[in-house]
Design a protein around this ligand. Structure first.
Ligand code: M6R
Length: 614
């Protein structure tokens, strides 16, 4: 978490920094701050959002052609102004911003205190600023070398940018475990740095992504890159494909609503060109390259967190149904710490919208060390996970700014569907006829999502109004709809702060049924193709205890519609494609409830979009 930006060039840095921080605010919004260098080094920072920082900066001297900015998701030290970045060194000459965690900060801090350093904040970051200055003075080296030596003493994860009053023509940045992109302007000597490309795209499309353990130095208008072991590196320069429109709200009240309504396109883009319904073939390079591995697989392990983990559960059902390979779905955070059995024969699939989730990244590193083949399903191009994997397929959902994952979930399920069918095809587990049916149905999904959005939007608003004050909510589903129930519950709790739980519908009688009374809304996904009668019985069980039923049903359903308190129809589709459709009204329901409760849906409390700490 935390977002960082920096500017080095001929123009004034302030506007780029503020705009950039606004774009990165999804990464954390506990505090924001900037440092500007123009002979003197000035810092403005404040608890709260970037807009509050702007208020603080108003009327101040904002000149400076070098600048750094930070938006924080607090880890060490409470979210207040003192703990806001940038942090200064002992003399106040060096300013530093940081995304990540310095794990050995306590040990380093004790040594520095013994040497007379005084700290103002409770952060791990301030220690690094002091350490760099201490090394610079003790070793009598330049700033770049001091940063390099300091990073050799640091344990943990970081993306950092450093400015020094005594080196006005130098800006230094480094990364290990947290992302950092350098934008290279057409104008000589102008550079933009950021945690991701969104602040940069408006200014230049030419970028280089820093690798772990690399330090970039911009000195006298020239960029050089070296490793922390002092080995020079040539930057790998690439062109960004993001459009500026994708980063704006486009007339919607919130990014989340925009992203929900973008799903017909994001789903289409995630499947476009990847299969040929006429010739019944796939065009996914990863499938071609790894065909022989896939043929001989005994097991697949999926690792992910949060919503991506829910997509992974859908993936498990898909791959087991079509590919007939056992699949295990693991929370990345648990997997990495429990000495899992991984062999060279395993295929480990990581699912992540951001491609930066620390736990997922660490789980992958572990699996890779043990020799497994690593496959990534990520949304952010050039992020850390795709750079670590052997193969993968991007979801082409476009930038997702709202902290709640919406279009990334349906895009992940789309890609997983193609992957499952591709695996089945390679292993000879699917007939031509069935593949034809699946391709034909997949083709209809974007249009069905479009129709569903139009038909259910108002209804979701009405139902939301009836439950806006509910303190709790249960979500039930079976089979493919069980992960949908989990996802529905997560969406509600994270943006509306209503306590919600998802369960396999049949598990209700093993405990949660005790919670049901006339106050309890129960969202049941009760679509026609599978387990219909069984889910109907579960609904009766809830009704018998006076619970309120909000049912997601297949178009034309009469039985459930008759007994439910509210129902929302979704188009009929293959059972395995139901999650893509059934999730949509649940996203809208959560969205409207949260809006009606006055919650900040795009930036819910305590959360950040990109979770780069363990
Ligand atoms: O970027 P990732 O997909 O790896 O993120 C994983 C979770 O942090 C994420 O899905 C989170 O649960 C969502 N924001 C929930 O909507």
């Amino acid at each position: 978490m935390c977002g960082i930006v920096a500017y080095y060039g001929p123009d004034q840095a302030y506007d780029f920094l503020i705009k950039g921080l606004q774009r990165l605010e999804y990464r954390g919004y506990d505090s924001a701050g900037i440092a500007l260098l123009n002979g003197d080094l000035r810092i403005y920072k404040n608890k709260g959002k970037v807009s509050e920082l702007e208020n603080v900066a108003q009327g101040q001297n904002l000149s400076g052609t070098r600048g750094i900015g930070h938006t924080r998701w607090a880890t060490h030290g409470e979210p207040n102004t003192v703990n806001a970045h940038p942090h200064l060194s002992q003399s106040g000459d060096i300013a530093l911003i940081h995304n990540g965690i310095i794990e050995n900060y306590d040990t380093l801090k004790k040594v520095l205190i013994e040497r007379g350093h005084e700290f103002k904040s409770d952060t791990d970051t301030e220690v690094l600023t002091h350490l760099i200055e201490e090394i610079k003075e003790q070793e009598n080296v330049d700033l770049l070398e001091a940063v390099r030596l300091a990073l050799n003493e640091v344990v943990g994860a970081y993306a950092i940018v450093i400015l020094s009053k005594n080196d006005p023509n130098t800006l230094i940045a480094a990364r290990k475990g947290s992302p950092l992109v350098v934008g290279i302007s057409d104008r000589e000597g102008e550079f933009y740095l950021a945690s991701d490309a969104t602040p940069i795209v408006e200014y230049t499309k030419t970028v280089t992504y820093l690798n772990d353990n690399e330090i970039v130095a911009i000195q006298d208008g020239k960029m050089t890159i070296k490793t922390i072991d002092n080995v020079s590196k040539s930057p790998f320069i690439q062109e960004l494909e993001i459009s500026l429109d994708a980063l704006e709200k486009g007339g919607y009240e919130h990014f989340m609503l925009k992203e929900i309504f973008e799903q017909p396109k994001s789903i289409y883009d995630s499947m476009r060109g990847r299969f040929d319904p006429q010739n019944l073939t796939f065009a996914m390079r990863s499938l071609e390259e790894y065909a022989s591995k896939i043929k001989n697989l005994d097991r697949i392990i999926i690792v992910a967190c949060g919503t991506s983990w829910h997509a992974g559960l859908v993936g498990e059902y898909l791959i087991e149904e079509f590919g007939r390979i056992p699949v295990e779905v693991e929370y990345a955070s648990e997997f990495r710490y429990r000495n899992p059995i991984i062999t060279e024969d395993d295929l480990v699939i990581a699912i992540s919208q951001s491609g930066e989730t620390a736990d997922t990244l660490a789980a992958l590193e572990l699996a890779k060390e043990k020799g497994a083949t690593i496959y990534g399903i990520c949304n952010v191009v050039g992020s850390s996970i795709p750079r670590l994997t052997h193969a993968g397929a991007y979801t082409h959902a476009g930038p997702e700014i709202g902290v709640a994952s919406t279009k990334s979930f349906t895009a992940q399920v789309t890609v997983l569907t193609l992957l499952a069918l591709g695996i089945a095809d390679i292993r000879g587990k699917i007939s031509r006829e069935r593949l034809r049916e699946m391709f034909a149905e997949l083709d209809t999904i974007p249009q069905k999502v479009e129709e569903l959005l139009q038909s259910c939007n108002e209804k979701c608003k009405e139902i939301a109004a009836a439950y806006v004050d509910a303190p709790n909510c249960l979500y039930l589903g079976r089979g493919y709809n069980f992960p949908v129930a989990l996802e529905g519950a997560l969406k509600l709790k994270e943006i509306s702060y209503i306590h919600a739980e998802g369960y396999p519908a049949a598990e209700m009688k093993h405990g949660p049924i005790a919670l049901i009374d006339e106050e309890m809304p129960v969202v049941v996904i009760a679509t026609k193709r599978n387990y219909y009668e069984k889910v109907l019985s579960n609904i009766q069980e809830v009704k018998a205890r006076k619970g309120k039923i909000i049912a997601i049903v297949t178009e034309g359903d009469e039985k459930v519609a008759e007994i439910a308190d509210h129902y929302i129809e979704i188009p009929d589709t293959e059972d395995c494609l139901t999650p893509i459709l059934a999730t949509i009204p649940l996203q809208l329901l959560s969205y409207y409830i949260a809006v009606m409760r006055g919650c900040n849906v795009d930036q819910p409390r305590n959360l950040a979009k990109s979770v780069t700490v363990e």
